[in-house]
Structure formats: C-alpha cells, structure tokens
Design a protein around this ligand. Structure first.
Ligand code: ARG
Length: 444
C-alpha cells in the first residue's frame, strides 16, 4: 500500500470513537461462541482478560492506534492477539467486519438516543417551569411577523414544548428500528457455524434480530432516520433561536437572556449579542448537510455491503455532538430567560391586537362576520389616525361604527378579556395554559 492509499482507506482516526461498542459486541460474540462450543472456555477467558487490558489502555490514553490497521475493529483485534495469542485470532470466527461495524453503530446510536431522550426530558422540565411562571403574561402573537392577537408568553413556550415533544417521539420511534441485531449476518450470507443470534441479541439488549443477512450488513437507513430526527429537532431549536434573537433586540425587548449566554463586542462597548441562539441557528445547517450526505451516500449502492458505508461516521458523529451540545446549552439557558411584561404590553397596545375580539363581539350582537370585519377595519384606521389604541376610543366614537356597540364592548377590547375568552383546549387563556403545563408534566 502506498501512503496515499493507506490514508484514503483508513478510518481509525474517526471510528475509534466506537471502541466501547466494539469491545462490548466482541465480548458478547465471544460468550456466544463459547456457549455453543465454537471456541473453548479458556479462549473466552483469554479474550475477556485481553479486552479488559485493552479498555484500560484506551481509557488511560496508552493505546497505540495504528493507521496501517485501518479501523477500530482491526486495531483492537490486532492488539488482542498481541496480548493473548491464538484466542485473539479465534474471536473473528463466524463474523465479518461488515456485521461487526453495523452492530457497533446500532449500539452506539441506541445509547445516544437514550441520552438524547434524557436530556430532552430535562429541557422540557425547565421549559414547563418557565411556561407556568409566565402562564398569564400577555404578549403579542404574530402572523406574518406582524402583531396579530394577544397570547400569553406561557402559551408560546408551550408551543415550543409541543414541537420538541414530537422530537422525543420521533427519536423513540427510530430507536425501535435501530435496536436490532445485525451480528450473525457475517459478510452478507450468514455463517456455517452453529451460532445463536438470539443469545447475542439478549446479551447486548437488542429487541430483535435483523431478519435478512443481506439487509443486515447493507442498509444504514437507521442512521438516516437518526439524522432526520436530528434535523427536525435542530429545525425547532433554530426557530426558537430566531425568536430569541428578535425578542432580545431592544426594539422588541421582550426578554433578557442571562449574561453568561451572551458575548460583547471587541469594538462596541454597549453590545450584548445572542451568540448561543445564533450558533444553534447556524449549526442547524450543518446537521441538515449531514442528513443529505447520508442520503446521497446510500442512494447509489447495490446490495450488500460497500466500502462507501465507511463514510457515514463523520456525518453521524458530528450530528450527535451538535444535537447533544445544543440540548445541553438550551437546558441551561431556559432558566436564564427573563420576560419583560411591560415591553410585551406596549407592543400589544400598538398592534390593535384585540381587533378580532371586537369583530367577534359584533357577531355575538347579530352582525355577519364579514360585515363585522369591515366595521372593525374602519375603527382601527380611525384609532390609528388618532394615535390611540382601540380601547381608548370613546363609546360614542365606537358606536358611530355600528349601533349595536354598547358599554360592554370595553370588556372585550382589553387584553385580559381577549385572553380569558380563549379557554378551549389548546387555547391561550391563562387557566388553560396552567392546565396544559400540568398535563405536560404528567406526560414527562
Ligand atoms: N471500516 C469499515 C466500515 O466502517 C468496516 C467494514 C469493512 N469491511 C470490509 N470488508 N472492508 O464500514
């Protein structure tokens, strides 16, 4: 091999990250081989002793990773053979690196999904605390990025909860398809030894077997699914980030974020920049790119295993790192978000956000909705010209737009009236928001 060929084909710098999974899967395989009489008990003991030593070397940084041994699998096997001799050479009986790498990856992704689910739960717990605290804090809801109708800040935060709750569902669902055992497929056609795949599945905590040996070594759809769930999760965190960036802008001034999540500027002494949300938004692009990379990696491959698959790891590992760090940092940041209710209320008043409530009021008094819509449009134009909010017009002025308007109109023109009226399931009334927080806590 020339140097460039070695460099081109080796993957150990990247896939050594799978060493724990590789050793774990090898030990389960060895126990199965011994239990079926394919290797001896003393071979098994040698393998176990050797693997314990190797784990110690890797953990302490004393393991010599060698690029001439290509990947994590061969590096560990070579070292095992150095340490324990023939038993090390017998470990690879009835398996291939093709089913070995697929097994390692599935173990790794399954455990990563479990970590993500734990972290999402922590994120959700903190988000719900904040939503509960802000259950009755009025803020403008937006459509087209223009002030639309009053909502509560807590209700908006519960929208974030629902979005990311579905992310948790997606990861749990993908886990069912990740957690199947490829080992036993060997290179692609299975093996002639009297193996027990069920034994290995049980040892490693797999729910079931990959049912076809060709498919078992060939597909990486489980990794694509993981990246897809990750891309959607990042999409949600990116949208939240965009909102935080806007809300922190002094023109909005809806929230403050604790200083430790922001940075200043090297030239402008007054600056406080929302770096964390900005970076989350930026990193989302990377994660999307990894999803596309994996999809393209797979699309041209005939069955079964092809070396192309070795290229899946960088995309996968970077996706994992980005998702875990994003979750970690948002979980820490949520309690560092402080609402500024006075700024939210100013924006509500400027935005004529109770106009729909006024129209609904006219409908209750017998007007068809379209007529009510037009009347309120005229009233808003009038208020705007006068530089007033709708509730600041006098009863006489309002009644001039329609004779059905009476004194009780002011109840619906207030923000509190508007919020309290939306008390159906999924609505923004403060009591409903508090109930939604309780329901969400039970789900967790
Ligand atoms: N390093 C390889 C990978 O990640 C392992 C399988 C290699 N198999 C082979 N026959 N060369 O896919």
């Amino acid at each position: 091999m020339s140097d460039v060929v070695r460099r081109y084909t080796e993957s150990v710098d990247v896939d050594k990250r799978l060493w724990r999974e590789d050793i774990r899967a090898s030990l389960a395989h060895a126990r199965m081989l011994a239990s079926r009489g394919i290797i001896s008990t003393s071979d098994l003991q040698d393998i176990q002793r050797g693997m314990a030593a190797i784990a110690g070397e890797i953990e302490s940084g004393n393991f010599k990773w060698m690029s001439e041994f290509e990947d994590v699998h061969l590096n560990i096997e070579k070292r095992l053979t150095q340490l324990v001799g023939d038993a090390g050479k017998r470990l690879h009986t009835a398996r291939s690196r093709n089913d070995q790498v697929a097994t390692d990856l599935r173990l790794y992704l399954r455990d990563t999904v479990d970590e993500i689910l734990v972290m999402l739960r922590e994120f959700h717990a903190r988000l719900l605390d904040l939503a509960e605290r802000e259950a009755a804090t009025p803020m403008p809801g937006f459509t087209h990025m223009q002030p639309a109708q009053p909502v509560t800040f807590g209700h908006h935060l519960l929208a974030w909860f629902e979005m990311t709750r579905r992310d948790a569902e997606r990861f749990s669902d993908a886990r069912r398809r990740i957690n199947r055992l490829p080992l036993g497929a060997a290179a692609l056609a299975g093996t002639t030894y009297p193996i027990s795949r069920e034994f290995v599945a049980k040892e490693l905590g797999f729910d079931s077997l990959c049912e076809n040996s060709i498919d078992a070594v060939s597909d990486r759809d489980f990794a694509v699914e993981f990246c897809s769930a990750s891309a959607l999760l990042m999409m949600h965190f990116s949208r939240m980030s965009e909102e935080l960036v806007l809300w922190m802008n002094p023109r909005f001034g809806f929230v403050k974020i604790a200083d430790r999540f922001c940075t200043g500027s090297s030239i402008m002494p007054q600056k406080k920049n929302p770096d964390i949300p900005e970076l989350a938004r930026g990193k989302t692009g990377r994660v999307y790119g990894h999803l596309i990379a994996l999809l393209v990696l797979m699309k041209g491959q005939p069955l079964a295993y092809n070396r192309d698959n070795q290229e899946d790891k960088e995309a996968l590992f970077d996706t994992v790192d980005t998702v875990l760090d994003t979750l970690r940092i948002f979980t820490e940041m949520i309690p560092g978000i402080t609402a500024r209710p006075e700024r939210m209320r100013e924006a509500l008043n400027e935005g004529f956000t109770t106009a729909t409530d006024f129209a609904d009021y006219l409908v209750r008094k017998g007007l068809p909705f379209r007529d009510a819509h037009e009347i309120v449009g005229r009233a808003v134009r009038r208020a705007e010209e006068a530089g007033l909010g709708l509730s600041e017009l006098t009863l006489e002025e309002l009644a001039a737009f329609s004779p059905v308007v009476e004194k009780d109109v002011f109840e619906v023109l207030t923000i509190e009236g508007s919020l309290a009226a939306r008390k159906h399931p999924g609505g923004t009334a403060p009591d409903r928001v508090r109930a939604a927080v309780l329901r969400a806590r039970e789900l967790l």
